[in-house]
Design a protein around this ligand. Structure first.
Ligand SMILES: Cc1cc2nc3c(=O)[nH]c(=O)nc-3n(C[C@H](O)[C@H](O)[C@H](O)COP(=O)(O)OP(=O)(O)OC[C@H]3O[C@@H](n4cnc5c(N)ncnc54)[C@H](O)[C@@H]3O)c2cc1C
Length: 388
């Protein structure tokens, strides 16, 4: 009995040596290469293409792709660690990496057939950014009210319509696109397709001018009689909704990771600042009122991290994780907003300026409660799981 009780299960936040090394390499890269470019990329709303090349070189754009296809061959949890680490420095770069790994590659590994995996995974591992195109002007939270239309023409398919809000739109070379064969069929009419940037009739439209994660491109996609070969139907015809739901269930763990990284980054800057800034003849960090604010933020982040890590580990273990993923995304994104806001307060007037990094992290935090399902949608998923 005592043996049973003491049987050691690793703590949720314990990392293997390999995970720690990977995390350390990402941390060093982010500090040396990304940090000096953040301000310029944010102001220009433009990601430095040289950084994307470096992300590929480091294997960060192919974390879960098996080595035989040129990837890093790690697990989903490692993708989460990468996204968390990058987000401490720049959540814009992190979301590029997040979409590539937790949505696009994840979808390929799960739903792509052998031919699609061998054609696209080596490209995704070496030089091709991917994007995941579900949302439309009239279809956001109601994700399957799609108007983008797919019609069959012989063995091929023809796509017509618009997508909106697509992350990596400007950088991507390939897109997973969801379209309906019949809007009256609801979710059962939806099929997913692999679209390449150079397919005739496809173009990238307007780029959004955003509050936060400004260096990450968010664009419209336009489809005008785009011919898709049958070999690029992704998963089964009429089962696109299943691929969309299941990929997003996993992807939102990545957004949770983005939010814990962001919050940790903001807190780290703030802990430094309160030890330097003096008022009333002493460092403001020596006041108990300030210390209590730091303690509450650290506790929020730790709780969010445990939720995110647990959801990721459940997924890797092949166990149910949908409720936990929704909770992780909900709590991590709401708490990141609270944390980033208090970090601004603790920087006083400087917090409200671009002189310190917390101003940008505060703006970046806002997206967490919106994309990959708003907070209300996460609550709906959690409540549904409770009442099953
Ligand atoms: C920066 C950015 C990047 C994005 N990247 C991508 C991407 O790469 N790919 C992609 O496909 N999409 C992407 N999106 C789209 C994103 O997923 C949607 O914006 C999001 O799902 C919300 O949809 P919506 O904007 O249409 O808002 P709406 O669905 O119109 O929601 C507006 C408000 O109404 C609430 N609401 C709606 N329905 C209900 C309900 N039934 N009960 C309670 N409240 C409700 C919502 O919670 C929200 O507060 C991105 C969006 C942004 C802003």
């Amino acid at each position: 009995m005592s043996k049973l009780l003491t049987h050691a299960r690793p703590p949720l936040s314990e990392l293997t040596e390999q995970e720690r090394m990977f995390q350390g390499a990402v941390r060093d890269f982010a500090a040396a290469e990304i940090a000096p470019k953040i301000r310029e990329m944010d102001e220009a709303a433009q990601m430095d293409p040289a950084l994307i090349d470096q992300l590929f070189e480091m294997g960060l754009m192919a974390v879960e792709i098996p080595e035989e296809h040129g990837g890093t061959g790690a697990d989903f949890f490692t993708s989460v660690l990468v996204v968390e680490e990058l987000s401490k420095v720049d959540p814009s770069i992190a979301v590029l990496v997040d979409v590539q790994n937790t949505l696009v590659i994840n979808a390929f590994l799960r739903w792509g057939n052998d031919d699609q995996q061998s054609r696209y995974l080596p490209r995704l591992a070496s030089d091709t950014v991917g994007a995941y195109a579900l949302s439309e002007a009239g279809s956001g939270s109601d994700a399957f009210a799609l108007a983008c239309r797919a019609t069959q023409d012989g063995d091929d398919w023809i796509l017509n319509g618009h997508k909106l809000w697509i992350t990596n739109g400007n950088e991507a070379g390939m897109f997973i696109v969801f379209a309906t064969m019949d809007p009256s069929a609801g979710y059962k009419g939806i099929t997913a397709f692999i679209v390449e940037k150079n397919f005739e009739g496809f173009s990238v439209g307007k780029k959004e001018d955003k509050l936060g994660i400004r260096a990450s491109s968010t664009t419209e996609l336009l489809f005008e009689n785009v011919r898709i070969p049958a070999a690029n139907v992704f998963g089964e015809v009429g089962k696109g909704y299943k691929a969309a739901i299941e990929t997003l269930n996993e992807g939102r763990i990545g957004i949770g990771a983005q939010m814990i990284g962001l919050a940790q980054g903001a807190l780290d800057h703030t802990v430094r600042y309160v030890q330097e800034r003096e008022q009333f003849g002493r460092a403001i960090g020596s006041f108990q009122g300030v210390q209590f604010q730091l303690a509450e933020m650290a506790t929020d982040i730790e709780a969010a991290r445990l939720l995110v890590y647990n959801a990721a580990r459940l997924k890797d273990a092949g166990q149910p994780f949908v409720k936990q993923a929704a909770m992780a995304k909900l709590f991590a994104s709401e708490s990141a907003q609270r944390v980033a806001s208090i970090c601004i307060d603790l920087h006083g007037g400087y917090g409200f300026t671009k002189e310190y990094p917390v101003e940008k992290l505060y703006r970046d935090a806002k997206i967490g409660t919106i994309y990959e399902g708003t907070s209300n949608m996460q609550k709906q998923t959690i409540a549904k799981a409770l009442m099953r």
